[in-house]
Design a protein around this ligand. Structure first.
Ligand SMILES: [Zn+2]
Length: 116
């Protein structure tokens, strides 16, 4: 894939993600992915890894996490530092959902459950 095709594909992906984020009431922020896999999310120490290293284990603070999850946390931290502010958590009403039917109304044979 040549450079122009690659850039065009990224441009389309960014446009699409921006559109989908806005429709969902969110904001799309592109961050520089440099060192997001290697940097420790907790203390910032750079911990070099090979592609086969699947776990992030920080020798300084002891933080241990899946490599991709550590990178995801770093990406989120970078996004918030780029003017996204801090995450906002809106309180939502939580209700216990009630089933539309009671289990007694379902016949075992109709539900496809074998009789024991
Ligand atoms: Zn650390």
């Amino acid at each position: 894939m040549n450079r122009n095709t690659f850039d065009a594909a990224w441009g389309k992906a960014r446009t699409f993600l921006t559109y989908k984020a806005e429709r969902a009431g969110c904001q799309f922020v592109a961050v520089n992915p440099e060192y997001t896999t290697q940097d420790c999310f907790r203390c910032g120490t750079r911990v070099p890894k090979t592609l086969s290293d699947r776990m992030h284990i920080c020798p300084v603070c002891g933080y241990t996490e899946n490599r991709d999850l550590n990178a995801a946390f770093n990406i989120r931290k970078k996004a918030f530092s780029l003017g996204w502010g801090t995450p906002e958590y809106k309180p939502v009403e939580i209700r216990i959902s009630t089933p539309a039917y009671t289990p007694e109304q379902v016949l075992i044979g109709e539900a496809g459950i074998p009789r024991l």
